[in-house]
Design a protein around this ligand. Structure first.
Ligand SMILES: [Zn+2]
Length: 157
């Protein structure tokens, strides 16, 4: 995909102080100091996720959703150490079960976000955002530009 290197370079530069490496993948994910992010992030479930955050924590992340999602993954980087190996393994099993569950996707998503490890990462991200408003605004703007560039060079915008 064209523009991917540019996008990755920009995102890595913006988030370099967190001690993580970011790469452009198919979803938002964290593993061993590596965060993957995706440019395709605004869909029905993201909207539902924003509603859930607003309802649960009283914070509107709609205009910062991409930044929030990366910060959530970075949140895993800082909060996973609060959990035991057993707790992490249990959550992996619950995640698998949820992925086979045939309920309403919105409900499954909410159950997923309620998992303690997920909730910790979300709380970390929200706290960071609340305490670094001008940084978040700057990063939002630069992320938007980087994404717009990515879509443009691929002929989608
Ligand atoms: Zn997560």
């Amino acid at each position: 995909m064209k523009g991917m290197m540019v996008l990755e370079r920009k995102i890595n530069k913006l988030f370099r102080d967190f001690g993580i490496v970011a790469y452009c993948g198919e979803r938002f994910e964290y593993s061993n100091s590596v965060v993957s992010f995706t440019p395709y992030f605004w869909d029905r479930l993201s909207r539902a996720h924003c509603e859930y955050i607003d309802k649960t924590f009283g914070i509107d992340v709609r205009s910062s959703y991409f930044t929030f999602c990366i910060l959530h993954e970075i949140g895993h980087h800082y909060t996973l150490r609060n959990f035991t190996e057993e707790e992490i393994d249990n959550e992996i099993i619950i995640r698998k079960l949820l992925s086979f569950c045939e309920k309403d996707p919105k409900e499954i998503n909410n159950a997923y976000f309620n998992l303690p490890i997920e909730e910790e990462a979300t709380k970390w991200a929200l706290e960071y955002m609340v305490n670094h408003v001008s940084w978040v605004n700057r990063v939002n703007r630069l992320c938007c530009d980087a994404l717009r560039h990515y879509f443009k060079v691929n002929g989608w915008g």
